[in-house]
Design a protein around this ligand. Structure first.
Ligand SMILES: [Zn+2]
Length: 272
């Protein structure tokens, strides 16, 4: 895609805004659920508690210039900081390129940052906060309302509303039979909103890609854990029962469907 003139300014603004919001998500991910308010005081180094100045807090760049270490005590800074900031910047850019309309940009940016937060939180704590699931479900219902306002016939195209429950059903059943052991309850809530936001075909693509990617990574981890001791220095063994968060795979599948237009169901006659 060629970007010139005015739009170059918007592209830069989208990247900067995304990086700043990513930095906010980082702070939120460390404080959420710990009882420490996000608004509480200035940012501090987790190790030496030195108050960080503006120069230490520039998204991505501070990490690069400080070579991943605290300026005051030299302790390693988690790679999560620049990684989340970079991903948020790219999400913001991708959302802007697909939705130059300011309101739609704001809407989809909120959707993708919520999804990014769910992924960070699930990777850190193996759980999706209910508040995030409910926020995403609320946003997806708002999206259906927007579609209806724009003239979509909810009666004429039954898939607009059915996509969410239909796609969430397999995950919901997995949670039901295993009482939440094989699949967390919040994962079906996540897929419910993806179905509404992406529609039946793209939402189904997100789910299929998530299952394939999850299975591939799961098998790799099991194979890695079964390597002879001298090849593997990890003490932890991985079995089929080991918990692998599913939300990151759902998010990756959804990103491929939404941003890269991967659609494995588009040619099936049932969707015409
Ligand atoms: Zn420090």
């Amino acid at each position: 895609m060629v970007v010139m003139g005015d739009s170059a300014i918007f592209v830069a603004a989208a990247l900067v805004l995304g990086a700043i919001l990513g930095s906010f998500l980082n702070a939120l991910s460390f404080r959420f659920g710990t009882g420490v308010s996000i608004a509480r005081g200035r940012s501090r180094c987790m190790r030496c508690s030195h108050t960080l100045v503006a120069l230490d807090l520039v998204p991505i760049l501070s990490y690069l210039f400080l070579r991943g270490r605290c300026r005051y005590c030299g302790t390693h800074i988690s790679i999560q900081y620049p990684l989340v900031e970079a991903v948020a910047a790219l999400l913001s850019l991708g959302v802007y390129l697909l939705n130059p309309n300011p309101l739609l940009y704001a809407f989809w940016l909120l959707v993708w940052l919520t999804i990014l937060f769910i992924v960070i939180y699930d990777l850190r704590h193996f759980i999706i906060p209910w508040s995030c699931s409910l926020l995403l479900i609320g946003l997806s219902l708002l999206y259906i309302f927007i579609l209806w306002q724009q003239g979509a016939s909810l009666m004429g195209d039954w898939t607009i509303f059915a996509a969410g429950p239909l796609l969430a059903l397999p995950l919901f059943l997995l949670s039901l039979v295993s009482r939440g052991q094989w699949m967390g309850w919040a994962d079906s809530g996540f897929e419910l909103s993806l179905g509404w936001l992406l529609g039946l075909s793209l939402g189904g693509t997100a789910l299929m890609l998530a299952v394939w990617l999850g299975a591939a990574v799961g098998l790799l981890l099991i194979a890695y854990a079964h390597l002879p001791k001298r090849w593997s220095n990890r003490g932890r063994t991985m079995t089929m029962q080991s918990e692998i968060p599913f939300a990151p795979f759902l998010a990756l599948g959804a990103a491929l469907a939404y941003f890269a237009h991967v659609d494995i169901f588009s040619n099936l006659p049932i969707f015409f």
